[in-house]
Design a protein around this ligand. Structure first.
Ligand code: VGL
Ligand code: ZN
Length: 213
């Protein structure tokens, strides 16, 4: 092991977030080969998967009179953006993107599994209390520094990166291996939050260099 303290977290590279999917992110398919380049370079790779029950609280279809992209207030969560039904557990939309290298990942973290609570972050649900266990998993393996990429930059990648920073990890976002939804200035807001939290953005080339590759 030459990279004992470093890990890659690949966030939600799943069919429903690709063009043609239920919650398509423009250019989402373009990141697959870029993510694969990163995956091949890291010894420790974590994949997250958005994995919702049917009727999930984040689905507009679960709230009469609501439409996708409306924002509502939910008890225990606060503001919640409502989405089209997506990444329903066990459906093809929740499968990893075709061509995504997954065999080398040591762990897959599924999130958003509780009907009444969303989870953009791979570390903690939207109630800001319920943990997935990922911080402990990483810490027990001696990981101190993480690179985060995937879909979507301004939602699940951003929340995962910010929670990693809050958990004490050094965090880099690889935007080149990510794509954004960018609704209502959400990408600019995410970048400002990263700067505030000490999360930097790096290229794939920077990342390979940091790994000595
Ligand atoms: C995501 C919205 C809803 C994401 C997941 O992976 O960024 N966005 N669920
Ligand atoms: Zn979701």
């Amino acid at each position: 092991m030459t990279q004992q303290n470093k890990a890659l977290i690949v966030v939600d590279v799943q069919n429903d977030f690709l063009p043609g999917g239920a919650l398509a992110v423009a250019g989402g398919d373009e990141i697959v080969p870029v993510v694969n380049t990163l995956t091949a370079a890291f010894e420790t790779v974590v994949l997250t998967a958005d994995w919702h029950p049917a009727g999930h609280v984040s689905f507009a279809s679960s709230h009469a009179g609501s439409a996708p992209f409306d924002v509502i207030e939910i008890e225990g969560t606060g503001s919640q953006v409502l989405w089209p039904d997506h990444c329903v557990a066990g459906t093809a939309g929740a499968d990893f993107a075709p061509g995504l290298e997954t065999t080398h990942a040591a762990v897959i973290v599924r999130k958003g599994m509780h009907e009444n609570c969303d989870s953009y972050s791979g570390f903690m649900e939207a109630d800001r209390k319920t943990k997935t266990g990922l911080a402990g998993w990483l810490a027990e393996r001696g990981i101190r520094e993480v690179w985060v990429c995937g879909l979507a930059t301004d939602f699940c990648v951003s929340w995962t990166a910010l929670d990693a920073a809050a958990a004490g990890f050094t965090v880099h976002v690889v935007e080149e291996a990510s794509r954004a939804i960018d609704a209502d200035g959400s990408l600019a807001k995410a970048r400002a939050a990263w700067a505030e939290a000490g999360v930097d953005t790096v290229t794939v080339a920077d990342t390979l260099k940091a790994l000595g590759r």
